[in-house]
Design a binder for this molecule. Structure first.
Ligand code: SF4
Ligand code: SF4
Length: 626
C-alpha cells in the first residue's frame, strides 16, 4: 500500500496535516484531473511522486515526461481532447516549456488546463530565483497564488474553473515555502475524472499560422479583460484588519504569511488586502483599497510585480496615495521575504522598534552540513577516475562543463570538476562551444535524466560540428536528485507499467559516435582506462559510467538481505590519507591520526579498497551476510 493512499481514501470533511504539495495532489484528485504530466524538479517533485503512486487509483493518467516542454504539450493535447489536464514543474522548468506556453495562451484550450510552477525564492535548490509570475504577464494568462496547503487545494480547483470559463491555461504558482509547509487541510469530495477524450475537428482552429494567431491575440486580450472584471472577493482575494487604517498592505502567497507574522507580533492592526489572483490584477478591488488608505505597502516575492500594477492603478486615479515596496527600496529586491528582513523594512513606517528583537523561531542552531555526494555514490568514483586520468595524461588546464543533477556536487573539493554549470543539458552545448575557441580539453558531465531531457540535441550538435570533447554520461538509472523518479533509461523492473527502457549507449551510437564505452564506475581501473582513451580521441567520445544510485542499491540490498561494510586494518594503514583527502567518502574520517570507516555510513561499495585509492591495501571488507 502506498504511503500516500490516505490522500486517495480521505473522506470529505476529514482533516489531514498535509504538505503543500500533498494538498495540491489531493486538489487535483478532488478537481477530477484526467491527465497529469511533469518533469520532476524541487520544489514541485512530491506532487509527481504522489500522482505516480496513486493517480491511477483516482482514475487519472499520469506521465513523467522527458522534459517540461513535452509535459506541457502532452497536457495540452489532453485539454484539446476536452479533458481536464494538469502540468507541473519547478520554476526553471517553465523556461523549457515557455515555447509551448506562449502559443497555447493564444490558441486557448478546450478542457480546463492548469500549469503549476513551483518557484524557489532564495534558491534553496535552484540556479536562480526567477519570479515566474512574469510568465503570466508575458503570456497573458491568469495567475493564482495560494498561501497555505488548504488554499493550495482549494485555489487549484478555482484555477480549473477559471480555465474552463475562458478556455485559457491558468498558471498556479507556489514557492518552496508553500509547497513544503505543512498545515491542516479539510478534504472535500473527490471527482471521478472523465477519460473519454475526443479531439473534435472543425470549429475553432488550433493551428498557429500567422493568419490565425493575429485573431487569437485579440481574443486573448478580451478573455483577460473579462477575467479582470471579476473581483474574486472571498474566493481568491480577501481583505482583513482595520478598514480605516491610514496604511494598507497588499500582499500574496508566502509574503502574506510573513506579513501576518510581523503584524501579529507587533500587534499592528492595518488593513491587509490578500490577493489570490495577481494576474489580471483585480482592478476594482485594488481601486477600492487605494481609496481607503493614504499609504500602501506592497509585500511580495520576488520581483515587484504587484507593486508595478498597483503603482499604475494609483498613477491613473489616486496620485495622493504613496506606494512603498521594492521599487523605492523599502523592501529588498532579492531573495524570499523573511520575517526578520520584513520586520526591519516595516518598522519605521508601522512605528515599532526592532532594536530588542526576539527571533521568530527559537531553538538550537543546526550544525552546518555542506552538500556532499552520498557514501557509495558512483559519481564519486567517476570524478576520481577522471581526475586521475587528467593527471596521468598531463592535460594542461582542461575545462569541466557540468550540468544539473546530484553530480553537480563534483564542483566541490577534492574534485573541483565543474567550471561551468548553467541549466539542464548545458554541459554538452557549452562544452561544444569551447571546442571552437580554445585548444583546452573539454570534459562534459551529464546525468542520464538530463541526457534524455535536453542533452541529446546538444550531442547531435557536437557530432555535427566535429567537436573534440569527452562527454561523461553518469547513468545511475533514475532522476536521483529530485527523489529517484524514473526516466526513459530506468530499468523496467523499477517502473510502474513500463514495457521497455531506452539504451543510452544505443542512442549515442545512433548519432554516429564510435568512441563509446559503458563502464562500471565502481571499477576504477576500467573507468580510468575508458576516460583516458576518450581523452586521446580526436572527435566526440562518450564514456557512460553506469551504476545504480547508492540509495537504490541500499534499498535493493536490504531487500536481498545483503549487508557489506568495509573497515581499515590499522596495522596496514600508512596514514597517507589518500582515501580521505582525494576520495572523500563521508564514511571515512581521521581519528587520532588514523583513518577509520564509520560502519553506519559505509555503503560497502568497495571503491576505497582499490589500489588507486588505498595503495597500501589497508581497507578490507568486513562482512557479507545473506
Ligand atoms: S566502501 Fe569505502 S568508499 Fe564505499 S561507502 Fe564504504 S567507506 Fe565509502
Ligand atoms: S589510503 Fe589506505 S593507507 Fe592511506 S590513509 Fe587511507 S586507509 Fe590508510
Amino acid at each position: 500500500m502506498s504511503a500516500y493512499e490516505s490522500l486517495l481514501t480521505g473522506k470529505p470533511g476529514e482533516n489531514m496535516f498535509l504538505l503543500g504539495n500533498e494538498a495540491i495532489a489531493r486538489g487535483a484528485i478532488e478537481a477530477g484531473v484526467a491527465v497529469a504530466t511533469t518533469y520532476p524538479g524541487t520544489p514541485s517533485s512530491e506532487v509527481g511522486d504522489i500522482l505516480y503512486e496513486i493517480g491511477a487509483g483516482a482514475g487519472m493518467k499520469f506521465e513523467f515526461s522527458v522534459n517540461e516542454k513535452v509535459a506541457m504539450e502532452s497536457a495540452f493535447a489532453a485539454s484539446l481532447a476536452g479533458l481536464k489536464s494538469f502540468v507541473f514543474m519547478k520554476h526553471v522548468g517553465l523556461n523549457v516549456a515557455s515555447d509551448v506556453l506562449m502559443s497555447i495562451s493564444y490558441t486557448g484550450t478546450r478542457g480546463p488546463m492548469v500549469i503549476m510552477t513551483a518557484d524557489d525564492p532564495s534558491m534553496f535548490s535552484s540556479q536562480n530565483e526567477q519570479d515566474n509570475r512574469h510568465y503570466a504577464h508575458f503570456a497573458h494568462v491568469p495567475l493564482i497564488e495560494p498561501s497555505n496547503p488548504q488554499e493550495a487545494k482549494e485555489f487549484l480547483k478555482v484555477a480549473f474553473e477559471i480555465s474552463e470559463m475562458e478556455s485559457l491555461p491558468v498558471i498556479f504558482r507556489t514557492t518552496t515555502r508553500i509547497s513544503h509547509m505543512r498545515g491542516i487541510v479539510t478534504l472535500s469530495a473527490v471527482t471521478t475524472p472523465n477519460l473519454k477524450g475526443r479531439f473534435k475537428k472543425g470549429g475553432r482552429s488550433f493551428v498557429s499560422l500567422p493568419s490565425n494567431a493575429y485573431g487569437f491575440k485579440d481574443e486573448l486580450v478580451a478573455k483577460m479583460g473579462r477575467i479582470g472584471a471579476h473581483d474574486f472577493q472571498g474566493i481568491l482575494n480577501r481583505s482583513e484588519g482595520d478598514h480605516e487604517s491610514r496604511i494598507g498592505i497588499i500582499t500574496s502567497g508566502e509574503a502574506y504569511n510573513v506579513t501576518r507574522d510581523v503584524l501579529d507580533k507587533h500587534q499592528i492592526n492595518v488593513e491587509v488586502l490578500k490577493l489570490g489572483i495577481t494576474n489580471p490584477m483585480p482592478e476594482k478591488t485594488t481601486r477600492e483599497f487605494l481609496s481607503r488608505h493614504g499609504k500602501i505597502i506592497v509585500v511580495e516575492e520576488v520581483d515587484p510585480i504587484i507593486e508595478s500594477d498597483v503603482r499604475a492603478i494609483a498613477d491613473a486615479g489616486f496620485p495622493e496615495v504613496t506606494i512603498h515596496g521594492k521599487m523605492d527600496g523599502t523592501i529588498p529586491m532579492s531573495h524570499e521575504t523573511s520575517p526578520n528582513t520584513l520586520e526591519e523594512s516595516l518598522a519605521e513606517m508601522l512605528g515599532f522598534n526592532v532594536a530588542d528583537r526576539k527571533p521568530f523561531i527559537q531553538g538550537n542552531e543546526l550544525p552546518p552540513r555542506p552538500p556532499v555526494l552520498c557514501a557509495g555514490c558512483p559519481h564519486r568514483a567517476t570524478y576520481f577516475a577522471v581526475k586521475r586520468a587528467v593527471k596521468m595524461l598531463k592535460l594542461n588546464d582542461p575545462i569541466y562543463s557540468s550540468d544539473i543533477g546530484c553530480y553537480s556536487l563534483g564542483n566541490y573539493e577534492p574534485f573541483s570538476e565543474a567550471d561551468i554549470m548553467l541549466e539542464m543539458g548545458s554541459s554538452v552545448g557549452v562544452g561544444t562551444g569551447f571546442t571552437r575557441v580554445t585548444d583546452q580539453r573539454i570534459i562534459s558531465f551529464i546525468g542520464d535524466s538530463t541526457f534524455f531531457h535536453s542533452g541529446i540535441p546538444a550531442l547531435v550538435n557536437a557530432v555535427n560540428n566535429n567537436s573534440r570533447m569527452l562527454v561523461v554520461i553518469m547513468d545511475n538509472d533514475v532522476t536521483a536528485m529530485t527523489g529517484r523518479q524514473p526516466n526513459p533509461g530506468t530499468p523496467v523492473s523499477l517502473t510502474a507499467g513500463r514495457k521497455k527502457n531506452q539504451s543510452i549507449e544505443n542512442i549515442v551510437r545512433s548519432l554516429g559516435i564510435d568512441s563509446v564505452k559503458t563502464v562500471d564506475p565502481y571499477n576504477l581501473k576500467e573507468t580510468l582506462g575508458a576516460v583516458m582513451d576518450g581523452l586521446k580521441n580526436e572527435g566526440v567520445s562518450v564514456v557512460i559510467a553506469k551504476r545504480e544510485c547508492a540509495i537504490l542499491r541500499d534499498n535493493r540490498m536490504r531487500k536481498e538481505g545483503l549487508e557489506v561494510k568495509y573497515h581499515v586494518v590499522t596495522e596496514k594503514c600508512s596514514s597517507c590519507y589518500n582515501c580521505v583527502e582525494n576520495f572523500a567518502c563521508p564514511a571515512l574520517s581521521v581519528s587520532n591520526g588514523k583513518v577509520t570507516i564509520d560502519p553506519v555510513l559505509c555503503d560497502g561499495c568497495g571503491v576505497c579498497a582499490q589500489p588507486y585509492v588505498c595503495p597500501f591495501k589497508a581497507i578490507e571488507v568486513t562482512s557479507i551476510e545473506n
